[in-house]
Design a protein around this ligand. Structure first.
Ligand code: DGJ
Length: 734
């Protein structure tokens, strides 16, 4: 690291300025020297080479740390331009494409300068300035390296100084090149209640695109994350790969193009679909960030890198604690009143939970929000349900010793609402076509400053009036169904981009005033989960599907890219499995409840109260520890994973048996991440309310046993039973 930094400082001083290309055959001595820009982390190097011959910047290397800086000068560039333009020698998918004022559709980018600055002890920001030699267009490649986490973040800034606006058609955040024998792409797709289904396939010649055009609730079908494995498929502990994700809460595009030489380019950014952007002279077009990590030890390490990065930099308050809660969505839907809610506050307390979260249905009077067909947008307490307002509930909660949280969906409107009646021009809709609805609602036009003000004020006024509100669930249940903004007039192709940027600016304002209020990101389940949004949110609702069998897969999927502290899992009445199974599944992330507490029998209530105590004791390891996925539900009839804290003194292991065939043997599981020299106590917690589980007892048993870390990692443990839909949780203590 130190060596490469020193090298960087040297190359900054020898900044290349000449843009002229020496004629063929000219003596090499007149040619400016090649410059190497090394963007290393602790274990990774990304190296760009400025070719002295033509002044262009190429990606020369991406992989494990090069131990000898002398190797840098031996790197070839293989023609892989770092930010490939259109209209020049490039005949494949470009990172950037624009048309100049004179109609010329080409761009050429040459190196001007670069500099590298340490933003803190762990983080270095490198800016590489590129310029078109003919047109006044500047592009800055930004690369932030997070040394300890082995994560790189890339984004781009585009500025033009022509007389009039310039149209840009492509504006990638990142372009990466690879030369391997084979490429395996792992993607995650789904729908409402079936998020994050993993699929892996070998890339073939041509283009593969993962994208969305949904605008809002943008990730309902595709999540902006991927693994790209090189040569062979990778597994948890072996294989070379990158794990990448785009921090953008709107339309995204991840494009993989395999060319005739078997070189692959991966281009990540905002989806250019219907989004050509008219860039005003002097204005900066800033792309969202592409975040990635390289691993030569499989997907497990890649996930741990991203999780650490996310806790330190990607998720709001990722290193802090979270509130356990009781939510009322599944138990009451829209049918509640003050006495009912007061009872739920009591239940929250009785369970030992921190907070009660009041969901949808508490607002609107002219068109009361008694179902999803009316009231959205009218954010006044419904007088029939809450005659004493939110303030009363906040006070009641306080008196009972619990906190109070509230659901909102401020970006949306039902046509049956006063908001729609009073401000039809604030709604995304075509002026001359019938409206198309999703969940009976429409999206507000956040490109309009008046709407931004409305959304900000709605949240701000609610929090000012009720300073005791300790939690928000921010929902977004519709995609953009009628993509037309009255405000944008003749710049409709700015809609998808401006919407997201303006959502972020509203959230920026709110976060300035309320920096640490926990807010759950929700979008009809996990329809909007990405690191662009998570800068403002402490956690996200992973899915409306809370059947714990399905949930194992959904949570497993998210675990590849998002840390456990950010993934909200609730115990509900979905699924016929035991309360223990539901509880054990919810515990692997941020646990909560959305179940009729008054229907729990005495044993179940006691089991839940104890489980919450256990969870609170273990949550530090789950939220802040390292995740090791041991057995994948995609490969076996069970799922086993564990979290280990930083100094390897405490761990927790979850084992879920999903199914089993007659005579199927579940072999011992070798643990990971422990200290081989330490001796650990293993204790099974959350014992079943039905007494001992059927089937062979696991070695943890109900009694405490001791093993060395070495034994646990080499010999392993039998965990869980062969009975379908059973589970076991082990607390592992030095
Ligand atoms: C969708 C969310 O995912 C649910 O949890 C719930 O909040 C409903 N919206 C409320 O309308």
């Amino acid at each position: 690291m130190k060596k490469s930094l020193l090298f960087l400082i040297i190359v900054i001083v020898s900044c290349y300025t000449s843009m002229s290309q020496p004629p063929m055959g000219q003596a090499q001595t007149n040619q400016p020297p090649d410059i190497f820009i090394s963007l290393g982390t602790q274990n990774t190097d990304l190296v760009y080479k400025v070719n002295g011959r033509n002044g262009k910047v190429y990606q020369a290397y991406l992989g494990s740390k090069l131990l000898n800086t002398a190797s840098l000068s031996q790197l070839r560039d293989a023609g892989h331009q770092a930010y490939q333009t259109y209209g020049n020698e490039n005949l494949f998918e470009p990172a950037i494409r624009m048309t100049h004022n004179d109609g010329n559709p080409s761009l050429e980018l040459k190196y001007v300068s670069h500099n590298s600055e340490k933003t803190d002890a762990n983080t270095t920001l490198t800016k590489i300035l590129l310029k078109d030699p003919v047109y006044p267009v500047e592009v800055t490649l930004n690369i932030r390296s997070f040394a300890a986490e082995d994560v790189l973040e890339q984004w781009v800034e585009i500025v033009q100084k022509e007389a009039k606006p310039v149209k840009i058609y492509n504006y990638a955040s990142s372009m990466l090149h690879f030369d391997a024998d084979k490429y395996w792409l792992t993607q995650f797709h789904g729908d409402w209640a079936e998020e994050m289904k993993m699929q892996e396939s070998e890339l073939t010649s041509g283009i593969k695109i993962i994208d969305t055009k949904l605008g809002t609730r943008a990730h309902m079908y595709q999540t902006p994350v991927f693994f790209l494995s090189f040569n062979e498929k990778s597994d948890e502990t072996t294989g070379e790969l990158i794990a990448g994700t785009l921090g953008w809460s709107g339309n995204f595009q991840l494009l993989f193009e395999l060319d005739e030489k078997n070189s692959l380019r991966a281009i990540s950014g905002i989806n250019p679909f219907a989004s050509e952007y008219s860039l005003q002279p002097g204005k900066v077009f800033k792309t969202p960030s592409f975040i990635f990590t390289y691993s030569d030890k499989g997907k497990g390490l890649a996930s741990r890198n991203l999780h650490r990065w996310a806790r330190n930099y990607g998720v709001l308050d990722g290193n802090k604690t979270r509130l356990t809660l009781l939510n009322n969505w599944e138990t009451t839907y829209f049918a509640f009143d003050e006495p009912k809610l007061t009872g739920l506050l009591d239940d929250t307390k009785k369970m030992g939970l921190d907070l009660f979260l009041l969901d949808d249905g508490w607002f609107a009077n002219k068109y009361p929000r008694n179902n999803d067909r009316a009231g959205l947008g009218d954010w006044q307490e419904n007088k029939a349900k809450l005659p004493n307002g939110l303030g009363y509930l906040v006070k009641e909660a306080d008196a009972k010793g619990v906190k109070f949280g509230i659901w909102i969906e401020p970006e949306m409107v039902n046509p049956k609402s006063e908001l729609y009646e009073n401000h039809p021009d604030w709604v995304l809709r075509f002026p001359n076509r019938q409206e198309v609805y999703y969940r009976n609602q429409l999206t507000l036009d956040l490109t309009n400053p008046k709407v931004q003000e409305f959304v900000y004020n709605m949240v701000d006024e609610m929090l000012t009036k009720n300073p005791g509100i300790a939690f928000i669930k921010w929902d977004c249940n519709s995609m953009i169904t009628n993509p037309y903004s009255a405000f944008l007039k003749d710049q409709q192709s700015h809609l998808y981009i401006d919407y997201v940027n303006n959502l972020y600016s509203v959230l920026d304002r709110l976060r300035k005033k309320y920096p640490s209020l926990p807010i759950m990101l929700c979008s009809g389940g996990g329809g909007r989960v990405d690191y662009g949004a998570l800068r403002y949110f402490t956690e996200f609702w992973a899915s409306d599907d809370t059947d714990p069998l399905e949930r194992v897969y959904i949570q497993w999927g998210y675990s590849y890219f998002f840390p456990a502290i950010s993934v909200c899992n609730h115990i509900t009445s979905w699924g016929k499995q035991s309360l223990k199974f539901k509880t054990d599944v919810a515990m692997m992330g941020k646990m909560g409840y959305d179940i009729q507490i008054n229907e729990l029998n005495e044993k179940e209530l006691k089991f839940s109260q104890d489980a919450i105590v256990n969870y609170k004791r273990l949550s530090d390891v789950i939220w802040h520890g390292d995740l090791y996925r041991l057995i994948s539900p995609y490969e076996e009839n069970r799922a086993v994973l564990m979290y280990v804290n930083n100094n390897r003194s405490k761990a927790v292991l979850f084992a879920y048996t999903l199914n089993s065939r007659y005579g199927e043997a579940f072999n011992r599981v070798r643990l990971q991440g422990l200290d081989p020299a330490k001796t650990y106590k293993i204790q099974e917690i959350n014992p079943s309310t039905e007494g001992r589980r059927p089937g062979p007892p696991s070695e943890g048993g109900s009694s405490v046993r001791s093993y060395t870390g070495d034994y646990l990692m080499k010999v392993g443990l039998s965990v869980g039973s062969a009975t379908p839909l059973t589970s076991a949780v082990f607390e592992i203590t030095e």
